[in-house]
Design a protein around this ligand. Structure first.
Ligand SMILES: Nc1ncnc2c1ncn2[C@@H]1O[C@H](COP(=O)(O)OP(=O)(O)OP(=O)(O)O)[C@@H](O)[C@H]1O
Length: 277
């Protein structure tokens, strides 16, 4: 059974506005205003452990704003975000990252003039600082902590099929490989929840298939949950066990992919035609 098939058959996630308790990541009543514009208006989210949930909606619906609030890049105007039951609403992005909430960006943000390995190590700095401090206190020495970080980064690159690119400049890689490096960079710090903002944007169909396989494999391989914002409905329906739809910042509906992607409200607001599966 492929990773995709496993998700389609075995996903247990339920994204339910009425029940966010007991989930790894949950948000209730999130609101974000930009002046007079309400970009996110009362959105709830419930992400079970080891699951993949999707957030879809038309351009400008508020999906990236929602991810920015979850990651801590944007302050929340109203609402509460909890990670494993702990209220993280007032914590900044670095603090949330240290607790295991990591993200990738819609626009690739690699350092093109640095190697792939260096990019991954930079992304691990929140954790490596801890390792280095622990190393000094425990008598390890900085060099050993740094070696451990390099080994972890190299292992993630190998797992993602990027070992042969480790010493290449990130800017010299194909678009698909760069997106993969972004995910590797987030994975190297052992996140508990990974927020992916349009990971298939700009990919060709072969790269999209690879991205689908990779995303499907993440919960089992890394013991994490994924929140996926994406416009590619094949990727969404092949990876997510539950989808939430937002329109004009407000929740439109949520449920399993087959239900949501054939819901007339979603077809009218966003898809145009049903996605029959
Ligand atoms: N920093 C900001 N200042 C003012 N308005 C903003 C800001 N960021 C987003 N917006 C507005 O908030 C609304 C939601 O934007 P957002 O980028 O979250 O939508 P989206 O669903 O991610 O869109 P897309 O699918 O095109 O990426 C839009 O009307 C956008 O113009």
């Amino acid at each position: 059974m492929t990773a995709t098939a496993q998700r389609m058959d075995g996903g247990t996630g339920v994204l339910a506005a009425e029940s966010t308790a007991g989930h790894l990541l949950s948000a209730t009543g999130l609101v974000k205003r930009f002046g007079g514009l309400i970009a996110v208006d009362g959105v709830d989210l419930a992400v079970p452990a080891n699951d993949i949930v999707g957030i879809i909606g038309p351009n400008g619906a508020g999906k990236t704003t929602l991810l920015n609030m979850l990651s801590g890049a944007l302050a929340v105007d109203e609402g509460t975000i909890r990670l494993d039951g702990v209220d993280i609403t007032q914590r900044n992005a670095a603090s949330r990252a240290a607790l295991g909430l990591r993200r990738t960006f819609q626009n690739i943000r690699l350092f093109g003039g640095m190697t792939v390995l260096e990019n991954v190590l930079v992304g691990m700095h929140v954790q490596t600082r801890g390792w280095i401090a622990g190393g000094i206190i425990g008598g390890w020495g900085v060099a050993r902590a740094e070696r451990a970080a390099v080994e972890t980064a190299a292992t993630v690159l190998t797992t993602l099929g990027l070992e042969s690119c480790a010493n290449s400049l990130a800017g010299s890689l194909s678009y698909g490989q760069q997106r993969r490096v972004e995910i590797a960079r987030a994975l190297a710090s052992s996140p508990r929840v990974l927020l992916l903002d349009e990971p298939a944007a700009g990919l060709n169909s072969a790269e999209k298939r690879e991205a689908t396989e990779l995303i499907c494999s993440l919960p089992e391989r890394y013991g994490l949950s994924v929140v996926l914002v994406e416009h590619d409905m094949d990727l969404v329906s092949d990876t997510c066990s539950a989808i939430s739809v937002i329109e004009y910042g407000r929740p439109l509906c949520d449920g399993r992919p087959a239900e949501v992607l054939n819901d007339q409200r979603v077809i009218d607001a966003y898809l145009g035609t049903a996605v029959v599966r």
